[in-house]
Design a protein around this ligand. Structure first.
Ligand SMILES: Cc1ncc(COP(=O)(O)O)c(C=O)c1O
Length: 377
């Protein structure tokens, strides 16, 4: 078992807190914070000069982010977050009255709200496919297939949030093509965890750079299949409205804070120096071991997810734990135990979703397992 060392030289995280939830908002390395601070200082030294320089800097950053995802740069646009990416996709796709928007019971809550809003606006409906936590790839595809005939769109997670499960995107893209149904892939967690996450040929794919690639928040990407590129418009109407090129159309979002998009590359460099693919597989072993330690302390087990996300695991909560007030419970863990974790509920079961990133090591999980019974017993 590799015990990784926390790197205070690389991160500014409070050392008195156990940081075990990278999956929600990430954590920005010190070096990227310095780059952002320098860019902000430059802005304030001469705002006019700064805004004149933004287009060229954005182009450099956008091309590098597309290359990181190994995707065609002419179909890659910057968006503030995965929620925006999904919203853009739903605003672009035709949703005929009487059709249905299909998603699964693993879908992120805000994405489900987006589906509901667009269904309402188009006199369509939302169909939710129940996929068990333990489903393998074939089961996932066979449960979704019966809902595709007559569907306007399938929205599916690449890695789900509440259940940290990897979905078989390649198989679902093929299935949707058979039925002539567009597919929107919610890859919020995919950058950094899945190599070439947008390579399967979905109609739309969106993903966050602020999570696993540790980029500044509000940095996300949208990959659009060629057939939709002309029709796809940014949520904010601005000066690039009539630009025929998709990425450039999304670059101009009015007077906006473009610093995160420009500074994002520094985080990619940090990950590169950490030899990320090797590190990621070490983190996978680490979170496996960490989850076992925590589950043992709680007298429970680890969820039997067939393909768990590389760096996240679900530890079952004792049945005595009531998740009605999950936020309150998380606040108690934060305040009383000085630990940051997230709690998720799925199909009537409650879990701690544990993350591992390059600043975590086994003692973090051991420490958590000692502290947790005080609040969760
Ligand atoms: C699967 C999934 N989809 C969408 C989102 C929304 O991401 P954002 O809040 O960055 O828009 C998240 C956020 O964690 C997520 O996990």
């Amino acid at each position: 078992m590799t015990v990784l060392s926390p790197r205070p030289d690389l991160w500014t995280l409070d050392p008195d807190v156990l940081h075990l939830n990278h999956g929600s908002y990430g954590a920005v390395p010190r070096r990227t914070q310095d780059v952002m601070a320098a860019l902000r200082a430059e802005t304030e030294a001469n705002p006019m000069l700064w805004f004149r320089s933004v287009a060229a800097r954005l182009t450099t950053s956008r091309l590098a982010l597309a290359s990181y995802l190994r995707t065609d740069p002419s179909g890659f646009a910057l968006v503030p977050n995965a929620s925006a990416g999904v919203t853009v996709a739903l605003a672009t796709l035709p949703i005929p009255a009487g059709s249905r928007i299909v998603l699964t019971n693993h879908a992120y809550g805000a994405v489900r709200y987006a589906a509901e809003r667009f269904a309402r606006a188009n006199q369509a409906e939302v169909a939710v496919v129940d996929v068990p936590l333990e489903a393998d790839d074939e089961t996932v595809a066979s449960l979704i297939e019966p809902t595709l005939d007559g569907a306007a769109v399938l929205i599916v997670d690449q890695i789900s949030s509440a259940t940290a499960m990897v979905f078989p995107i390649g198989a679902l893209v093929s299935l949707c093509a058979e039925y002539g149904v567009p597919i929107v892939v919610d890859g919020a967690h995919a950058p950094g965890l899945i190599d070439a996450p947008a390579a399967d040929g979905a109609d739309f794919w969106t993903g966050n750079f602020h999570k696993w690639p540790a980029s500044p928040r509000a940095t996300a990407g949208l990959v659009v299949a060629e057939k939709w590129r002309t029709a796809t418009l940014p949520l904010i109407v601005s000066w690039s409205e009539n630009d025929e090129r998709l990425p450039e159309r999304f670059d101009v979002q009015g007077t906006y804070d473009y610093v995160p998009w420009i500074a994002a590359l520094e985080s990619l460099r940090v990950l590169d120096e950490l030899e990320w693919p090797v590190r990621r597989s070490q983190l996978s072993d680490l979170v496996d071991e960490g989850a076992r330690v925590v589950a043992k302390a709680l007298g429970t087990g680890i969820a039997e997810v067939v393909r768990p996300a590389a760096t996240m695991r679900l530890v079952e909560l004792p049945s005595s734990v009531d998740l009605t007030d999950a936020e309150g419970l998380k606040m108690r863990v934060s305040r009383e135990l000085k630990a940051e974790i997230t709690l998720t509920g799925f199909d009537g079961r409650g879990f701690i979703r544990l993350s591992a990133h390059a600043y975590n090591s086994l003692p973090d999980y051991e420490e958590l397992s000692e502290r947790l019974p005080r609040v969760l017993a």
